[in-house]
Design a protein around this ligand. Sequence first.
Ligand code: GUN
Length: 287
Amino acid sequence: MSALLQKLMDGKKASEKLLAQLRNELAALQAAGKPRPQLVVLLVGEDPASQVYTRRKAKVARDIGMASELLIFPADYPQADLLARIAELNADGAVHGILVQLPLPGHIDEKAVLNAVDPAKDVDGFHPVNLGRMLSGDLPPALPCTPSGIMTLLEEHGVAIAGKHAVVIGRSTIVGKPMGLLLLQANATVTFCHSRTQNLAEVCRTADILVAAIGIPRKITADYVKPGAVVIDVGINRTDDGSLVGDVDFESVSPVASLITPVPGGVGPMTIATLMANTLALYHARG
Ligand code: GUN
């Protein structure tokens, strides 16, 4: 195997393994005559990237034998109507997981929407009750999909976390904050960096595990990385020529890192597979 291949954290492969397990579990439920777990994804507006992601989420769910529905609303859909739809889904016993794709259009109060999802159906783990449970260490059945998928990928590659210095660049509720909490829960020493961090490269160079979730194409070059570090790239940036690049400059960083996620084929597939696992976890948690 080439030196580079040995360093790759192949999210596609790890996600296929997880999806195969879930497919078996779903088949067993069906064979036992149990109701089918259902995921409902809501998208407001026409953001092209969000359209691609939500369609993929609904399709993967169907592919593994889960019931799934994608509800698409126009960009000017009133907040009150969206809240009413969520209330209907909360009341529908056939629905186990509800995901509202973020970001939402500017006229909609994101917090009000996330608050409206029944915490027991909150497949993203973004409801304040579930975020609070994560903070207190009383982990809910569904943890935010991207950070949770990254933890699975680290585990899959035998990365030791306890006592290591993990640096997370980004402080969103979707990725950065929960990522730091999960690494802390796994006994890492955690540093959060963000747009106001001084001497970013210097701080990053102290990381044993570096997670980049900043949304700036190829921002993290070799001079941000300690030799032997594990580098996780959460970025999905589309370049002018239409190709996808991460927040990490793969070409310069891969010779320095001991393990690195590619874009595409790293974190992205893990996020989707984790979403499926979360839906099933909520199904089982309902009992
Ligand atoms: N937008 C980007 N990532 C995510 C995610 O994990 N969940 C939701 N709901 N929206 C997102």
